[in-house]
Design a protein around this ligand. Structure first.
Ligand code: NAP
Length: 303
């Protein structure tokens, strides 16, 4: 009788597991256990898109924003808890840690998304603007991650940084912005090694051109009009949000996610990475010949 009960119980358990689907499976329609995720810069653009997507998937989203109107708007979305969070403010960050800790749901994911752009030559960039872009784009993710690491470690969670194509290429008039996005590449790699022993995985999304407020916000701050200001010719960043879902929940997340709206942007990035490889390899005493380079590439391509 006892064996029969055990058998029926395990069958019911198996059916329940099959009905629930694999825990943490990624993909737009894959069922997932509800997890808590904090997103910085969720008032508009990519951050807002990620917040909407995770909330629609049933996750608990702590959505960071600075303005009262944005916090109110975010608070009207089901599953979203707005959190006042300027990533340059130590007081905001400490208060956000307290809010998340007191809520008692832990923290599975941190998405370091808040960012601003700077346009123009290095010569024309003011000290003040240089410092601001570094503060938001570089110091911000470092500060916020440091503050939330104990919560992330407790859940063996994930850190997903929002990088950019400008973490690989450095367009002429986006020098300061590219410096910050290159910094986030290095930050991601070192942080991944540092947090691995704690069971926290770290990755980076590298979006191409999408329709957000980044250009108009930079133009307003700098008091200039550029071709970048109106980004309505680019697609909405839904694919970026999909990549974030994979980065946060897939059992085997990638370290880098290149997310671009067309082949041309992908080609620019891959060619730049190859160009750098060739520049590093060339004309030095320990250069590799073509065959050795192809062998290395084959090895790196092996799953
Ligand atoms: P966006 O629409 O301008 O959004 C930027 C977000 O960052 C806003 O929520 C903004 O809040 C927030 N933010 C700015 N300064 C902040 C601060 N001090 N503290 C906290 N939040 C702050 O631009 P976006 O394109 O979505 O940018 C999001 C991320 O994607 C950035 O890291 C950007 O570099 C990256 N990215 C964008 C693209 C693209 O094509 N759009 C491509 C590659 C990478 P406020 O509304 O309060 O200013």
């Amino acid at each position: 009788m006892k064996t029969m009960i055990t058998l029926v119980a395990s069958m019911l358990f198996a059916l329940a597991v099959m009905a629930a689907g694999p825990a943490n499976a990624a993909g737009p329609s894959a069922p997932q256990a509800q997890r808590a995720v904090l997103i910085t810069g969720a008032s508009s653009g990519i951050g807002r898109k990620i917040a909407e997507r995770l909330a629609a998937d049933g996750h608990l989203v702590y959505a960071g924003a600075r303005k009262a109107t944005d916090l109110e708007a975010l608070g009207r979305i089901a599953n979203v808890r707005p959190v006042r969070l300027d990533v340059t403010s130590a007081a905001d960050i400490a208060a956000a840690v307290e809010t998340v800790t007191k809520a008692g749901h832990g923290l599975h994911g941190l998405v370091n998304n808040a960012g601003i752009a700077s346009v123009g030559s290095f010569a024309d960039t003011t000290e003040e603007d240089f410092d601001l872009v570094m503060e938001v784009n570089v110091h911000g993710p470092w500060r916020v991650t440091k503050a939330f690491t104990p919560l992330l470690a407790a859940s063996k969670g994930r850190v997903t940084n929002i990088g950019s194509l400008s973490g690989t290429v450095s367009p002429r008039d986006l020098g300061v912005y590219s410096m910050t996005k290159h910094a986030i590449e290095a930050y991601t790699d070192s942080l991944a090694l540092q947090l691995e022993p704690l069971g926290v995985q770290v990755n980076i999304i590298e979006p191409g051109n999408y329709n957000t407020e980044i250009g108009s916000n930079a133009a307003a701050r700098l008091g200039i009009e550029t071709r970048m200001s109106d980004r309505s010719r680019f697609p909405e960043p839904d694919d970026v949000a999909t990549a974030v879902v994979h980065a946060l929940f897939a059992p085997d997340p990638k370290r880098r996610y290149l997310v671009v709206p067309n082949q041309r942007e992908a080609e620019v990035i891959i060619r730049k990475a190859i160009e750098e490889l060739v520049q590093l390899n060339g004309e030095q005493p320990y250069s590799y010949d073509r065959d050795a380079l192809v062998r290395m590439l084959d090895e790196a391509l092996r799953p």
